[in-house]
Unconditional design. Sequence first.
Length: 222
Amino acid sequence: MSKQFILYEYKKQTAQEISDKAAKLRTLMSKRRSVRHFSEKEVHKDVITDLIMAAASAPSGANKQPWTFCAISDPSIKKQIREAAEKEEYINYNGRMSEEWLGDLHPLGTDWQKEFLELAPWLIVIFKKSYDIHDHSQKKNYYVSESVGIAAGFFISCVHQAGLATLTHTPSPMNFLTKILGRPENEKPFLLLPVGYPEEGALVPDIARKKEEEVISWYIGK
Ligand SMILES: Cc1cc2nc3c(=O)[nH]c(=O)nc-3n(C[C@H](O)[C@H](O)[C@H](O)COP(=O)(O)O)c2cc1C
């Protein structure tokens, strides 16, 4: 058998404690919103390290942890990213996106301009590694998109729980990020997430979340 150890930090909790925590988490997470207006207030690098390492505790196919998180606060790199993202987004909003897509985006009030990419103190770019390179040879990774998606979800959740804000941004195509950040060829940009404090009085679109019965299908035995 492989080497194993006891899940030593598991603390026994009553059903009531768990129920209270689940209800609190539901309320807390329901308050998470994608923020597109950031304050320029600084966030310490240690906070970003902790949030990224919390995200990097996510499960992954065969424990390959197929991700790299690039954390950018350098204003000149943020400027390059904003300019390149706006270039792609201008094309997207002026012909590359279908009418249906533009219609779906309309309630969000978004456009090609991405000021937040310079204003937010940090930009986190998550790269997915379709394979790893060890001793000049390629090593397979498994369920890469699922694994990196889960890590991204952890990150978004932790940013929110820490009291900061983020936006899941996908200025497609995102190849410019590989170039600007000089990433190796086995890494592909997955998501671009500005992180910081929301601007005072930041507005968010008035959109509804699906109801319990639209989200959950129960299969309960008698
Ligand atoms: C995979 C993914 C890509 C997204 N891309 C963008 C984007 O490029 N620009 C943007 O403004 N919002 C983007 N969003 C944010 C969604 O618009 C937002 O999550 C959705 O409207 C729900 O709002 P909420 O996050 O405030 O609950 C993206 C979200 C996801 C999950």
